[in-house]
Design a protein around this ligand. Structure first.
Ligand SMILES: [Zn+2]
Ligand SMILES: [Zn+2]
Length: 160
């Protein structure tokens, strides 16, 4: 996990992730296997940005014990994205995941030197987005924006 990332606070949700994912799987006629449950628990144990390799590293004990397999991890990640519980972002050809379920909408600053992701939320930005959409008769379902550059630490400035 990228430990140095700055994260926003979570928001309350109607159902715990395990129940929400259970509903999704049932709607697809899929079984909530113990493997899927283990992966879900790991993914939702804390909020962070992570890629599949970092998750594998996190799950390596379970993989070594043959309690989960790598293909199952990839498949479950795809299902969590499909269920709208994880957000998948492509960052310089790397797939980065983060919680979408129970987490406020936000955007990111990406440091090109240390790869750190810093989260922020700007109501002003959303207002501009909605104005643009209205003008073009476009229905907004979401947006993603990455501001690229060099973070304060890498610039040798003050820490956040
Ligand atoms: Zn940096
Ligand atoms: Zn984020």
């Amino acid at each position: 996990m990228m430990s140095r990332s700055f994260s926003l606070r979570s928001v309350p949700v109607e159902l715990p992730p395990v129940e929400r994912f259970g509903q999704f799987l049932a709607s697809c006629g899929k079984r909530f296997t113990p493997q899927r449950r283990l992966i879900l628990e790991q993914v939702f144990s804390h909020h962070d940005h992570f890629d599949a390799d970092e998750l594998m590293e996190h799950l390596q004990t379970l993989i070594a014990q043959r309690r989960v397999s790598r293909p199952t991890v990839y498949r479950t990640l795809a299902e969590l994205v499909e269920a709208g519980m994880l957000r998948k972002m492509i960052l310089e050809s790397r797939s980065v995941y983060e919680h979408q379920y129970g987490y406020p909408s936000h955007d990111h600053l990406h440091c090109q030197r240390c790869n750190r992701l810093i989260e922020f939320h700007s109501p002003e930005l959303e207002r501009i987005r909605d104005q643009v959409a209205r003008r073009l008769h476009f229905e907004v379902t979401g947006h993603r924006m990455f501001i690229t550059g060099i973070c304060a630490e890498c610039r040798g400035g003050v820490r956040l």
